[in-house]
Design a protein around this ligand. Structure first.
Ligand code: ZN
Length: 347
């Protein structure tokens, strides 16, 4: 995060840098989109105020003010641009709230709120982006992540059972209801012949269960038809024969990779590697709540997919996503006090 150092000198420099990332082609009014804006005096924390001339005319007022952060996820925040810039850098280092609070010298609750805003922004604009699709060689696999309803009394009551005990061993395929939500992972293998190819692109989804009916709309939305599709023998993937060149490895029989007569390498090892990276990342959160699991997973997904870029490019890509959301997803989620069902996302 060395490139942030010049902007961390004072609040104005931090605000100027973030403004440049929000409006690379010049400041536009967040209400009407006009660029007929005039800078006014700054706020105490360094944010620039602007007056939008067309809005002022329309309202019949002398001024129609907005700031660098109007209509962004930072709008309601009490943190200064300087503090936010530091938090953003630490967020990209995959730190948890405790570590960010200590490093940025802010309250832990504030740090928690910050990472939820940032992860929520990435989830809303990057994870849910319908334009992002996988093609060519795609592996699919599922894994299970322990996640409870920590601190969510309402959620525990709703389930009408005792709170989950840590380390509980469950038999059979786990579900979110049992405290071990499954994750579906889809990965497009990196093309080894192309030097400039991006990192292997992944798509990670937190599920309620691993029934075919749950995963079918996700795979249909995220994997282009005609792709080669690699899975293990698990029968939930059988429906993919219709739209994909579906090939399986038989883990039960000790087969983990094989080369078919047409030269295709059949395995799920790319996805296995990503699972171990994801587990390492999630372990940092020391007992993760089911309510926020999908947000943390979205951060990992984003940072993994931009892993081939340098730190600054990844930072600026993250900021483009974060400035294109208004935090609406997180507000609705907070209002519902639980993760929104997937059916809202795939329709
Ligand atoms: Zn305006």
């Amino acid at each position: 995060m060395k490139h942030l150092i010049p902007y961390l000198q004072d609040g104005r420099k931090a605000a100027d840098y973030l403004r440049q990332l929000r409006w690379p082609d010049g400041v536009k009014c967040p209400r009407c989109g006009s660029d007929a804006v005039e800078p006014r005096e700054r706020c105490d924390n360094g944010l620039q105020r602007f007056n939008c001339v067309p809005c002022a005319v329309r309202w019949g007022q002398q001024f129609a003010m907005f700031t660098d952060w109007t209509s962004s996820i930072f709008e309601q925040s009490k943190l200064s641009p300087l503090e936010w810039l530091l938090v953003l850098g630490l967020w990209q280092l995959k730190l948890n709230a405790t570590e960010i609070a200590a490093a940025a010298d802010i309250q832990e609750r504030t740090a928690q709120r910050c990472i939820n805003l940032l992860d929520g922004g990435i989830f809303e604009t990057y994870h849910l982006d319908p334009a992002r699709q996988l093609e060519h060689h795609v592996e699919a696999d599922e894994c299970y992540q322990s996640a409870g309803s920590k601190g969510l009394h309402r959620e525990v009551e709703r389930r009408e059972r005792e709170p989950r005990h840590r380390g509980l061993q469950l038999r059979g395929r786990a579900t979110a209801e049992m405290g071990r939500p499954p994750l579906l992972g889809l990965v497009q293998r990196r093309d080894p012949t192309d030097q400039d190819a991006p990192a292997a692109q992944v798509y990670l989804e937190v599920l309620e269960n691993v029934r075919s009916a749950t995963i079918k709309p996700i795979i249909a939305a995220k994997v282009k038809s005609g792709a080669q599709f690699f899975t293990d023998e698990y029968n939930i993937y059988h429906f993919t024969k219709a739209d994909y060149d579906h090939r399986t490895v038989n883990h039960g029989a000790g087969e983990y990779a094989r080369r078919d007569p047409d030269g295709t390498c059949v395995h799920c090892n790319t996805m296995e590697g990503i699972w171990s990276g994801l587990r390492n990342f999630l372990d940092r959160f020391k007992g993760i709540s089911q309510r926020f699991l999908h947000l943390r997973v979205a951060r990992y997904e984003f940072l993994h997919n931009y892993g081939h870029l340098n730190w600054r490019q990844t930072f600026e890509a993250a900021m483009r996503c974060i400035f294109s959301t208004t935090g609406d997803y997180l507000r609705r989620m907070t209002h519902q006090h639980r993760r929104m069902p997937l059916t809202l996302c795939y329709r």
